[in-house]
Write a protein that binds this ligand. Sequence first.
Ligand SMILES: [Zn+2]
Length: 374
Amino acid sequence: MLGRGVLSRLHTLTQQETFTLTLYLDIDQNKQANRKRGFVVQAEALLKDLRATHGPDRRLAEANRRALALVKKLRPNGKSALVVVNTAAKLAELIEIGLPFAASAHWRKGAFLRPVVEAVDEHENYGVVLTSTQRARLFIAHMGEITEHEDLISDTTARSKALGTDQWRSQGRRERRHEEEVALHAKRVIDALHELALRQPFDRLIVAGTKKATAQLVRLLPRRLQGKLVRTLTMPVTASKKEVLQGILKLQQRMEREQETLLIEGLEAELHDGGKAVAGFAPVLDAINQGRVWKLLYDKKLKIKGGECGDCGSYTPETKGPCPYCGGKVKAAAQTLDRLSQTVFEMAGQVEVVDGPAANRLVKHGSIAALLRY
Ligand SMILES: [Zn+2]
C-alpha cells in the first residue's frame, strides 16, 4: 500500500547529488496492450527514449537495467507501477498502485513524485465501518484499494417477536433489552475501531450500514473519532467489498469537488489589489519566481508552454528571447506545468489540479492561479 510514509522515504533517499530514475508504468491487466507482459515492452520503450534524450550515461544505463529487472519480475495486480532507482543510494523499488497514472520516465535529481503525491493528497486513508445492529465489518480504503480487517457479530436479540396475548406485558422489557444490546454492539464496534486505528491509522471515517445501527454508532462515537467522521452511508451490511469501495469513491469525488469550489471562492476573495492571490499565466510565473506561491491551482485540461532562463532559472511566459530578470537567454521549458509544480513543491508549496465546476470557474482567471504566502 502506498502512503505518505513510503513517499517521504523515497523523497529523502533520493535527495542526493546523483540522479534518480523514476518510472511510471501502466500495468492495468484489463487493457489488452498490457497483457502478455505488454508492460515490459512499454518500460523498454520509455527507457530507450530516456537514453536518447540524455545521451550515453553509465549511471543511467545501470539504473535502467535495475528498473527493467524489477519490471520483468512483476506479477501485476494494480493499475500502475512506480519504479524508483538510485544506485548510489542503493535504492531500487517497484510499488504497485491501485490508481491509473500516465506512463512516463524521468532522470533527474530527486525522484519525480509529484503525480503520486497529488494522488495521495486527494486520497486519504479512510476507515470504514459497515454495520447493522448485529454485525459490523471494518475496512481501510486508500487510493482505490480496500482491505477488510474485521467482521464481528454480536448476539443482539430481535426487537420484537410476534406477540401472544399474554406476552404484551413483556414487550416493553424486550424493547429495552434490545436497545441495550444495540448500544453494546455499538460499543464493541468502537473498541474494534480503536484497535484498527492503532494497527492502521486513518484520517477520515465513514460509517455505513443500516439507518438504525449507523445512527446509534455515530451517537456513541468518542470525540476523536467524531472529528474524523465525514459522512454516513446507508448500505446493507452484506454489501460486497466492491460495492463498499464504489460508495466511498463516489463520496470522495463529491467531497473533492466541494473542496475545490471552496478553494476557488477563497481565491476570488483575494484577487484584488494587495490581495494574497494572483491569476493568469504571467502573474503566476512571476509569483513562482519570487518564491511567494503557497498553493498553485490549475485546470486539469490546461496545456501551456513557457520558457526558462538558462542563467538565473526564472520562468517566463515567452519560450525565447532575453530574460526579463537578468537578460540571460531563455529556452523553452519542456513539460512546463510539471516543472512549475516541481518548483512549487520544492518551496514547500502545494499544487491543486482542479476539475469539474471549479475548473470551469477558473477559466475566467486564465485556468491557472496561485494563492500567495505574502
Ligand atoms: Zn534570467
